[in-house]
Design a protein around this ligand. Sequence first.
Ligand SMILES: Cc1cc2nc3c(=O)[nH]c(=O)nc-3n(C[C@H](O)[C@H](O)[C@H](O)COP(=O)(O)O)c2cc1C
Length: 226
Amino acid sequence: MGDEKFPAAIRKTPSMKSQHNEAEVPFEFDELFFSRTDKRGKICSGNSVFRRISRFDWDELLAKPHTVIRHADMPRGVFWLMWDRIRRGLPTGAYVKNRAKDGDHYWVYTIVTSIEDGYLSVRLKPSGPLFEIVRSAYERLLSTEERERVSPQQSATLLMQHLQKHSFEDYDAFMASSLLAELDARSGAPATAWSSCLKTSAARPGGCTASLARSWEHMRTIDSFL
Ligand SMILES: Cc1cc2nc3c(=O)[nH]c(=O)nc-3n(C[C@H](O)[C@H](O)[C@H](O)COP(=O)(O)O)c2cc1C
């Protein structure tokens, strides 16, 4: 249903959608940023890059859900899929557009893993060839969500169908390819370790996830965490 069918008072306000004048928050290609949550998804810590790029103060982030940085351009199906997987203990990589406090935006490739007392998200600046495919898939998915009022679960199914058209058998296969592409574009020790882990398990795309999760366990103790 188009907006024109709603009374002006309840039409979507421009602030809910991308603004043409919203800028991209700058950050370096080699910067990694982290945040950690409890089991309910409330933020308990993060590194200084996370805070800087969000443009929030710590007291505006801590104990809040990540919805504080949610961008209205993101389809709900993506988060349904993410939560469905991480609750089952499956590490999940996804492209996500986030909103900074002042309304600017930034895209990330995030890998969310379950840890003993909550979840850990590690974020990279996206660059790989799948990024463009995913951006256009999200646009179509968002418009379907709005037009046809599909549930988040149905939307996640539509996303999977779209990925299957691009020859990804399942989400693990998409994740292995997208993560490998993102890490391949980088240099440095963690990237090299993860990249090599993925390459050696290329024959079994989903098989890398457990060792991958182990490989960044150390991030939980990084000094820059709160
Ligand atoms: C560790 C972790 C990291 C997350 N990172 C983000 C993020 O960067 N951006 C975001 O919008 N949601 C993120 N989420 C998902 C949010 O919890 C939430 O599901 C999402 O913002 C959608 O909110 P909504 O369901 O209220 O629309 C993250 C969740 C977890 C557990």
